[in-house]
Ligand binder design. Structure first.
Ligand SMILES: Cc1cc2nc3c(=O)[nH]c(=O)nc-3n(C[C@H](O)[C@H](O)[C@H](O)COP(=O)(O)O)c2cc1C
Length: 189
């Protein structure tokens, strides 16, 4: 069976650990061909918020695409993918996608996913929102993307940050038909 080709974008919002953990889980599942795009700001936030090197994160993907390379495969609709997850997604990137302002590969790839009617999951991280942010999200919802704010829940009584991160990551994977929250391998219960 061929692997599901998926694009993962990391932008410079807080919560890069969600994206890193998603890459880890996807890699361990062995059913995805992972195409990674990281913005320059994501690299900056990774250095501030984690102990990972950029090289370590690159190794979690099958292919790494340079965010300034518009000739990359993921820039074209003829390159078939299951969709794209941007996690975390900054307000700047949200705005770029809403306006098809395709000056980076990240935004271009998301634009392509939308125009091809594939699944686009935008894991927004900002708080609080002003009306402009909410308008951007509303419009992108209408355009077919899933707005998936990085809001953790506590009903499974997390013991640590990684429990909180995992719960969110599993919910993201639900969007692509991978249901891990209650699996024995990944659940505490
Ligand atoms: C430590 C740090 C945390 C940030 N957190 C957020 C955030 O949660 N949400 C957001 O929209 N921008 C955040 N920013 C600002 C973005 O990095 C900035 O707007 C950047 O231009 C986004 O570019 P990108 O979308 O190309 O990654 C943060 C910046 C830094 C340095």
């Amino acid at each position: 069976m061929s692997k599901k080709r998926i694009i993962i974008g990391l932008t410079g919002a807080s919560g890069v650990i969600y994206g890193i953990r998603l890459l880890d889980v996807m890699q361990s599942l062995g059913v995805f061909e992972i195409h990674l795009i990281m913005s320059q700001s994501a690299e900056q936030v990774i250095k501030i918020e984690t102990d990972y090197s950029i090289d370590q994160i690159h190794k979690k993907a099958n292919f790494v695409h340079n965010n300034v390379d518009q000739s990359s495969s993921v820039s074209s609709g003829s390159f078939i993918t299951s969709g794209m997850i941007i996690v975390p997604c900054s307000i700047k990137t949200l705005s770029g996608i809403k306006n098809s302002y395709n000056d980076s590969l990240m935004v271009r790839a998301a634009d392509v996913v939308l125009k091809e009617r594939r699944r686009l999951v935008l894991c927004i991280r900002e708080t609080p929102f002003h009306l402009g942010h909410i308008n951007l999200m509303e419009e992108l919802c209408r355009m077919g993307s899933t707005i998936f704010p990085l809001i953790p829940s506590f009903y499974r009584k997390p013991n640590c940050i990684s429990d909180i991160v995992d719960q969110v990551v599993f919910r993201i994977l639900d969007q692509f038909g991978i249901f891990l929250e209650h699996s024995s391998r990944y659940s505490k219960n």
